[in-house]
Design a protein around this ligand. Sequence first.
Ligand code: NOJ
Ligand code: CA
Length: 672
Amino acid sequence: MRFILIMFSSLLALNLTGCSKVDKNLTVSSPDKQLSVQLTLAENGGLTYQVNRGKNTVVKSSQLGFEFAQQAKFTEFEVLDSQVRSHQSSWQAVWGERKNISEIYNELFVSLKDKNSQRKLNLRFRVFDDGLGFRYEFPQQPAMSKFVITDEKTQFNLAQNMQTWWIEADYNSYEKPYQTSELAKIKHVQTPLTMRGQAGLHVSIHEAALTDYASMSLVRTNDTTLEAELAPWADGTKVKAHVPFQTPWRTIQVADSAAKLVESDLIINLNEPNKLADTSWIKPMKFMGIWWEIHLGIHTWKEGPRHGATTERAMAYIDFAAENNIEAVLFEGWNKGWEQWGTREAYVVPTDDFDLAQVANHAKSKGVVIVGHNETGGNIEAYESHVDEIFSIYSELGINVVKTGYVAEQGFANGENHHGQFAVNHYRKIVELAAKYKIMLNVHEPVKDTGIRRTYPNMMTREGARGGEWNAWSAGNSPDYTMTLPFTRLLAGSMDYTPGVFDIDYSNFAGKRYDWWGNPQKADYRVHTTLARQLANMLVLYSPIQMAADVMENYQGHPAFEFIRKLDVDFDDSKILAGEVGEYIYVARQADDTWYIGLATNSQSRLAQVNLDFLEAGAAYQAQIFKDAADAHYQNNPEAYVIELQQLAQQDKLSINLAEGGGAAIILQKVK
Ligand code: NOJ
Ligand code: CA
């Protein structure tokens, strides 16, 4: 018996050595040495990586690789070369949560050769203090030219069974409610996937610089192991490529608090620098428009007795915007779009009751920007064939912001989906063309954001989640949902959520709302926050083109509108003061010498306490506080708010009660 045991244990030892015997161990750490990545090339040819933070493993040994059409998998790699280098620089963003961004990382570059096929593959890891990215590169080489990826095998084998926040993967829509579950229960989810583990560990998996590739979702293959799943082409393949070629970065943000996760610049740092020589025409702005009233069902996109975008109403909106420091106005349904989706006319021919030249001239004379609207309905090929002319007409008219839309829940007209390589390339083509015409973009039903704004700063904002519109014609978005967004969807980049609704229960339009088919709209649809939280949302749900979504008449003479009027969305800096995923977030954003603080909570009331240590030492600040009234509640008393004035300084502490589904928005103006 003893003999057998000895034999068995020596066999085991032998076998273990066999498995762990590596040709090479390649490692790289973050500049602060906390985070480290180890790449392992096992004797069986497999390639794996592991991520540690201090002494703890965050991502256990995880497989890397691909499957190809008409080509074998890589079977046995050898390392040809490897290099580690350090990078330290900073760059100026044209706009953003902050203007000065440090880019500090250590990079491991490994060049590999598949022994059997002689094909070459490079891997590049960049490890920052706030997370890491890695990508595959297929260099120019004799053994490979064109290739088709049928599956990416990148795994994320998480070391803990964490709490996760996710939306289910659907290749034609991101407009899903966020769900929370333990990691070991999820099936197939979108990124960013946000996770919270033990001792405050927060992790988010996403991608950066999604270019000429299919977007990645995550499938759980085992316990706590996730694997990349690429959005397919209509023919079922994933990516069509030729060398030289590189994948987007697979990103893993790692932080010790939810607030730190939100403050990370990892995604934009992993994008290419700005490609636009002149960016003087790119400016953050607030906008309002003929939009919410259509979603509410008071007005229509289509011509008819309830048509919204008439010359008269557009002129009134322009005047209101000019008088109230709102830089831009959006008109939806001013064109023949709703009668003739997909045609050239849909984008350039105004309805009979809309005098485009008159409206454009009036806007110009008042210094107001018009936001053009292009709803493609998913007719991509038609749009691509007209878009050059459309943008040229718009730029002649001074329309230098365009909101595009891709409403097509069953996929694009040509059978492709919203997230595949075809779509990624289409969206990029439009960004590049828009830049040529000096047009800024706000894309609805977009592909997800992966930080492209660094390279093309005219790619301002996008929807890409369930936006405020859902409150108009469905049960809507819960206060817990909007408190999940900053820690999930917004990690990818800015969002056109469309906050700022004051008439929370639409009582100002009782009996005047109709659904798409002209039937009376359900009376119980409404917004699920307090009014003060609508103001806070303008700060916590970051967008460089930020909508004040409500109908003009609801703002006229409303004291709380002063916050929107005064808000400057061209921020220089931002701090996340505190937050927990799905619960609350407190942010401070600076524009010149004014700070704006947004405090927001989910369906629970709470006492928000924040230090003001980010204010300039020795300076006095006049604070104007827009907050929930003591008896406010998002369900029973949502519009009860108070405005308070206070003198505050760096050493002070703010304590503000937030109602259930409530919030506060504060302007801190430096006293000169
Ligand atoms: C959906 C968009 O999200 C919304 O903002 C727009 O008004 C409609 N499509 C019509 O294009
Ligand atoms: Ca939408």
